[in-house]
Design a protein around this ligand. Sequence first.
Ligand SMILES: *Cc1c(COP(=O)(O)O)cnc(C)c1O
Length: 427
Amino acid sequence: MSNDAPWLSQGLKHIWLPYTQMKTVPAPIGVRSASGVHLTLEDGRRLIDGVSSWWTTVHGYCHPHIEAAVKAQIETIPHVMLGGLAHEQAYRLATRLAAMCPGDLSRVFYSESGSVSVEIAMKMATQYWLNKGTRRTRFLSFKGGYHGDTFMTMSVCDPEEGMHSLFTGVVPDQLVVDLPQDEASIKSFEDTLTRYGHEIAAVVMEPLVQGAGGMVFHSADTLARIRKACDAHNILLILDEIFVGFGRLGTMFACEQAGVVPDIMTLSKALTGGTLPLAATIAREHVFDAFYTDDPGQALMHGPTYMGNALACAAANASLDLFESEPRLEQVSAIGRGLETGLAPARDIPGVVDVRVRGAIGVIQVEEMRELDDLKRRFVEAGVWVRPFRDIIYTTPPYVISKDDLAALTSAMVEATHAWSKDVGFA
Ligand SMILES: *Cc1c(COP(=O)(O)O)cnc(C)c1O
């Protein structure tokens, strides 16, 4: 592997990496440059990016339109505080997001990361009820869900899930139930709402696809059922579209496919096209109205230092331009078809239990993950950047990937998985 760059070996003694046991981690792979769907490594090799840098770079790397917007912005206003001062990019972006979002989702609160945008959504929901004179202290979420790594968001993630299970009893105890998908789970969901409904500030969920929980899909019907139940029990619905928002499932927002409008929606990952950190918590009118009074004590007391950063908002505006001028959603459906064909042969690999595709997400699920580092190494050797986790090997390519690159990506995935399956002894 390409670990010869001095900045890498020196820095490795000082950097603390995400989700990583630093003692046993193989050295990460140095990237020298990135362009379109390709990563050029320090040793000169080129990989097709099958991940889109944690699902962000939907237009590919270094898109000239986003680059130009950020360059122009840094020469005028890189950042000004949003308290008392205003700049065009943040205001224009809020106007555009409000116009794009379904229903009357129309008030945009900015932050810098997905986790924080979910924290803000939960704080908003709690205060919504307080401002209305009732105290609701609990949240209901679903097994398999993921909403971030900060303390409050950990409490609504799947509690059994390896990443956060250590913190059981430390983070607030929430109601985490099965997604209502069959008779038993529907009944238990309804029973929980009947029993605790008056204590629940909001239901928090990822619509249609649970991403970090293992790329698990559910139907639009399930989402519609949850919206209905929230209405019936007078509970707010927070949809976390941080992963699926901005076209990943073939519609701009996943909730559109179920005809559902959440009370609060969170967006981040692809918001700036993978260039700068930015997140948004977007509320409907009736949520905003609960804060819109003559009482200063009813204001939302939140304000991240870098909220509405001008560079990030310029990048986001440029990304939205590309969604308007380029056939991104058609590209997503073409990718979906390419993934169906390209990954289908994986069904016959010993150890593979499922192959599934939704929008521009392709998943090979295995019986059990073995020799994970070995599997990762095989993908790099095959010329693709794919980062398997839990029991899945998945791809979420940039929407601009060509037909040939997509075919190369899927066949590398299938071949590497096949060779790995043989070696680790799946029969
Ligand atoms: C990534 C993700 C988050 C957390 O976003 P960060 O920017 O990593 O804090 C929250 N919810 C979902 C659905 C995500 O995919």
